[in-house]
Design a binder for this molecule. Structure first.
Ligand code: T3D
Length: 264
């Protein structure tokens, strides 16, 4: 049953989505991709959903592509695979484009595309025993799912090259120290801390946060001039949201704001 490959729980203002192939360290097969896409689309369509928490079942976050699908029989010729075009690229694009923040709670090893799917999330928080591995070079592949884009931007060129070419394990604590992820916390505290972040987002000015995601995503390819123009345009859009009006009113009245979120 492909539905079981992804578990979705509706929480107050956000959704918890769990990759659920624990015996394979939540490695992706086609069915899990399809189920995850459906879960993300459902969350997007639900106007009450103001954040998404992505994690893995069992002791791993995600071990990337299920390699048991990739074993060639003796004499069989390798074929080009369409998994990036069909699954991973749309997944990374969807995570970046969701109109609310996506939090990854990395509960264990995140390897290959599993590592880069985590890095595509807006906030990455990891348990101390978790590790990040650009494992592609161990099997003759290149970092995909945005890895070659995220790595140099997050940790700089020297560390990006080391991680991609050496494919060594990067412990969560070092990942946080290097700026690859937002925070490393004790394993026992991981879900509590990740849920606290989502609870914060569940009452935040969601439309404004979606505009922040757009501005930050565009900045890598923009000149300062172009980015200033984009900020002007996005700020005009933010100016028109009820949340901006409420935020200012609440500030002046010295009270907590009651943001409406995605609704206009
Ligand atoms: O072809 C295309 O579509 C191109 C796209 C590629 C995208 C990619 O993601 S390529 C990268 C694929 N992933 C990897 O190369 C990582 C492979 N896994 C590992 O290197 C290790 O499992 C880990 C370092 C992640 C964890 O090591 P460890 O020692 O903690 O666990 P383990 O014993 O290796 O794994 C536990 C089980 O999960 C084991 O099964 P078993 O023996 O208990 O029945 C193992 O085979 C299975 N498993 C882990 N990763 C995968 C996997 N099974 C299939 N595919 C996996 N990727």
């Amino acid at each position: 049953m492909s539905a079981d490959l992804i578990l979705t729980e509706r929480r107050d203002g956000y959704r918890l989505v769990t990759l659920n192939r624990p015996d394979k360290l939540n490695a992706f097969n086609d069915a899990m991709h399809v189920a995850l896409r459906a879960a993300l689309e459902e969350a997007e369509a639900d106007q009450t959903c103001r954040a998404l928490l992505l994690t893995g079942a069992g002791r791993g976050f995600c071990a990337g592509q299920d390699l048991s699908d990739r074993v060639l029989k003796p004499g069989e010729k390798p074929v080009p695979r369409d998994s990036l075009e069909k699954h991973y690229n749309p997944l990374v694009r969807k995570l970046r484009a969701l109109p609310f923040p996506v939090v990854a709670a990395v509960n264990g090893v995140a390897a290959g595309a599993g590592c880069n799917v985590a890095l595509a999330c807006d906030i990455v928080i990891a348990g101390r025993s978790a590790k990040f591995i650009q494992s592609f070079a161990r099997i003759g592949l290149i970092p995909d799912s945005g890895g070659t884009w995220f790595l140099p931007r997050l940790v700089g060129e020297a560390r990006a090259r080391g991680l991609a070419l050496l494919a060594q394990d990067l412990p969560a604590e070092k990942a946080a120290e290097w700026g690859l992820i937002w925070r490393c916390v004790d394993d026992e505290a991981l879900m509590y801390e990740a849920q606290r972040i989502c609870e914060h987002f569940a009452v935040a000015p969601t439309q404004g946060l979606a505009l922040i995601k757009r501005a930050l995503d565009a900045s890598a390819a923009n000149t300062l001039d172009a980015q200033l123009d984009l900020e002007r345009d996005l700020q005009r859009a933010a100016n028109l949201t009820p949340d901006y009006a409420e935020g200012v009113r609440a500030f002046m009245e010295r009270r907590r704001p009651g943001f409406t979120g995605r609704k206009t």
